[in-house]
Design a protein around this ligand. Structure first.
Ligand code: PLP
Length: 491
């Protein structure tokens, strides 16, 4: 533990900057001297002095042997991993590395259908063949949870030759499956388990939270330190347990996918975030859990609102949950989550994590205090008062979640096929060659290779109509969509 108080990377970078060397290397702004003065004043000279590059004394993320290696080793110890790799390309970069480390062209990978777009991108890059598992849908809230152990057993029985199983743990909304059991099932079949832990960096550091990937015995986990662990945006880690995967291959792949100009601001922030999590994380997370619980209770006294708590547990896909996520169901107010998002922004200067048709999601971290949560509760109470006349019984309002589409071609084949652009309204029955998703959360409604249905078209139009950020196609207006070209007989 005492070692965990050290920050070899941050300290090394800071001491290098303190020596104030004459720099004939990039970045060309040279300690901020050549940067726009207004920006320099705003961002501060300290930050600019450590915006450095991989010169000798500062080690190299591509071949760590000095301060980066030491920082990664301390992170591995803190996360219970054999190896930790720092990512300056977000969790997306770490996810692509995980998948490309175990899959090549034609290899099968078992994945839930409600995955983040980076997983689909990696599947296209690697040429892997996705075997989708339908996630459990919460028909009350209108959100997808994780996958069940039963569905994993079935998928492995049908595809024992799969090269990997990917699990989202916890989901964006903080729900976890029984990861330990899933890992045991997959390992029994010699299949490595890769975990998208974008929303779970903190769970490793508090025993009232779901088991982390490393605690559950998974082989790899792409973990967003920047989302909930206190490092700067874009900095993440890839935790690895040796055995079914080779750390040497992981190092080679992450290096192939990473910029050669790695940011020392981001890397240093990973080092200090790890120190904070390992040394005082438990206490800080304890406070966040209690603050979130008090906020949840207060929201649940507001007519028309429901903030999800531990009563959600019990199904196989909802085995555990993270109470610091406030899923607030607003469907009984007779408005959409997006309308609530805009109301909170415009009337109260409050920004939520995400909204969808039926919910808003607010995250509570160790960066919050009672001041922020009281403002949220006050604003939500005012909103509920405004919609008093529309409040309906919770069970009365039904939600709609589309079925998973059918995959007709592998995503890579679809992506590289001959395509044509047709009217979106009349595209049912055609195979799509683009992604369509709402971001956040960035879970594709359609991926290249899937057959478009009327149901998909209606659902996308409903999301667009509600003002939600539907994106993906080249034509952002959704008049046109790119589909696989059909060959008709020559007359
Ligand atoms: C479930 C999930 N996985 C992966 C990612 C990618 O993380 P990053 O934005 O750090 O690349 C996200 C981001 O929103 C996510 O929600």
């Amino acid at each position: 533990m005492s070692q965990q108080r050290l920050t070899p990377l941050y300290t090394g970078v800071k001491e290098h900057a303190k020596k104030d060397p004459i720099q004939f290397h990039i970045p060309g702004h040279k300690k901020g001297n050549g940067i726009d003065p207004e920006f320099r004043e705003f961002i501060g000279e300290n930050a600019l002095s450590i915006d450095l590059i991989n010169i000798g004394p500062l080690d190299d993320l591509h071949h760590p042997h000095g301060i980066i290696k030491e920082a990664q080793s301390l992170a591995a110890e803190a996360f219970g991993a054999d190896y930790t790799f720092f990512s300056v390309q977000g969790t997306s970069g770490a996810i692509m590395t995980m998948i490309m480390s175990v899959c090549g062209p034609g290899d099968k990978i078992i994945v839930p259908r409600n995955v983040h777009k980076s997983i689909m991108s990696a599947i296209i890059f690697s040429g892997a063949n996705p075997i989708f598992i339908h996630p459990e849908i919460d028909k009350d809230l209108g959100i997808s949870h994780g996958i069940t152990t039963d569905s994993v057993i079935k998928a492995i029985e049908q595809h024992p030759d799969a090269k990997g199983l990917l699990v989202i743990n916890p989901t964006y909304f903080g729900i976890s499956a029984n990861l330990k059991e899933i890992v045991e099932i997959a390992h029994h079949a010699n299949i490595p388990v890769l975990v998208d832990e974008a929303h779970g960096v903190h769970i490793h550091f508090h025993d009232e939270l779901p088991l982390s990937a490393m605690q559950a015995g998974a082989d790899m986990a792409a973990t967003s330190v920047h989302k909930l662990g206190g490092s700067m945006t874009q900095s993440s880690v890839l935790n690895v347990k040796e055995g079914l995967v080779s750390p040497k291959r992981v190092q080679a792949i992450i290096s192939m996918l990473t910029t050669t100009s790695t940011s020392y601001l981001l890397l240093s922030s990973l080092d200090v975030a790890r120190k904070q999590l390992a040394t005082v994380g438990k206490k800080m997370i304890d406070n966040s859990i209690q603050l979130a619980q008090r906020t949840r209770e207060a929201i649940n006294t507001i007519p028309g609102l429901y903030c999800v708590g531990k009563e959600i547990l019990g199904s196989k896909a909802a085995y555990d949950y993270d109470p610091t996520k406030l899923i607030i169901s607003i469907k009984n107010l007779g408005i959409t989550g997006y309308e609530v998002e805009v109301y909170l922004r415009e009337k109260h200067n409050i920004e939520v994590e995400l909204s969808d048709l039926y919910n808003i999601l607010c995250i509570i971290t160790f960066g919050d205090s009672e001041k922020e949560t009281s403002a949220l509760v006050h604003a939500l109470r005012e909103l509920s008062d405004l919609h008093q006349d529309k409040i309906e019984a919770r069970e009365a309002v039904s939600v709609y979640v589309p079925n998973s589409p059918t995959l007709a071609l592998t995503p890579r084949d679809a992506f590289y096929s001959d395509t044509e652009v047709i009217s979106f309204d009349y595209s049912a029955g055609r195979i799509i060659a683009e992604f369509v998703m709402v971001y956040p959360p960035g879970i594709p409604i359609l991926i290249p290779g899937e057959v478009i249905t009327e149901e998909n078209i209606n659902y996308i139009q409903e999301n667009l109509y509600a003002g939600l950020p539907v994106q993906g196609p080249e034509d952002a207006t959704f008049k046109k969509i790119r589909v696989i070209k059909e060959r008709r007989p020559i007359q």
